[in-house]
Design a binder for this molecule. Structure first.
Ligand code: PAF
Length: 277
């Protein structure tokens, strides 16, 4: 695997790379990330698989964990090599933000101020801005994102569509541990007791999904039960709601493909998860 610290070096490699599958990350890689890299090789059958590691200051709000976000570069490189990644773009801040960023990609509030955006103002503006920049540098044909960050995928798919970028966005299923917990860098922050409790989020989402599949039409009912159950076990939920998949707005018509999404704090750690119904 070739490691590129500069845009110039990555661009020189891009010229020889053929059809490129790209998975942007912030590092601290887990099995979910590695599944994206492997899909680039095995599912997309790209000529070249490119990953990036860049902890993007722009997408962290005040009081969020930018400084304490785990930087595990050596371990990440080993995992990327064993997943068959050809090129890693690992710029420092000076490469990506040589001066304060003056142009931003601001998603419509309809996409970016709901759900995660309501609790993390400016988050999706920061994500969309750095991702467009990474796309311009890497010039991928196909990009891979995990569905655990469901709203992120929705925002970025719409960005690619609205800005007519010649890129295919491929969302991949969330990778879970044996007890159902979605793989996430944030799981590392959980204490032993919290780690045992953490799969309850997935269990409650599964119950809501099951109720809706069985024909429950008032989605608020199973969501209220799930929220109460989480609170009873010490969680502090931000939201747990059924939305339509395409734009994460409230469902309006019967038959629309749905997803149930949640975010909740367990101790000091905020976890998100979702299940397509
Ligand atoms: O999902 C992430 O790790 C980040 O939001 C991304 C897409 C790499 C942008 O910084």
């Amino acid at each position: 695997m070739q490691i590129h610290k500069s845009i110039a070096s990555l661009r020189a490699a891009r010229a020889q790379a053929g059809r490129v599958a790209f998975a942007p990350t912030m590092g601290n890689l887990h099995d979910g990330h590695i599944a994206l890299m492997r899909a680039g090789r095995n599912l997309i059958k790209a000529d070249t698989v490119v990953a990036s590691i860049f902890v993007n200051r722009l997408q962290f709000g005040q009081g969020e964990d930018f400084d304490k976000y785990p930087r595990t570069f050596e371990a990440d490189c080993k995992r990327l090599i064993s997943a068959g990644v050809d090129h890693l773009f690992a710029p420092d801040e000076e490469q990506i933000y040589p001066q304060p960023q003056r142009f931003h990609v601001t998603p419509d509030p309809e996409y970016a101020s709901i759900l995660e955006g309501a609790f993390r103002p400016g988050h999706f503006r920061g994500v969309a801005t750095v991702v467009l920049k990474l796309f311009n540098i890497v010039q991928p044909d196909v990009v891979l994102f995990g569905k655990k960050d469901y709203q992120q995928v929705m925002v970025l798919k719409n960005m690619v569509h609205d800005l007519a970028l010649p890129i295919e966005v491929v969302p991949l299923d969330t990778v879970r541990t044996a007890d159902g917990l979605a793989q996430s860098s944030r799981n590392n922050y959980l204490s032993t007791a919290e780690r045992i409790e953490a799969p309850r989020l997935y269990q409650q989402l599964s119950k809501v999904a099951e109720a809706v599949r069985k024909g429950e039409q008032d989605f608020t009912k199973p969501c209220a039960v799930a929220l109460a159950e989480l609170e009873r076990h010490g969680w502090k939920p931000d939201y747990l709601t059924v939305r339509r998949r395409s734009d994460l707005q409230m469902p309006e018509k019967p038959g629309e493909p749905l997803v149930v999404l949640a975010a909740a704090r367990l101790g000091a750690t905020r976890l998100i998860d979702n299940i397509e119904i």
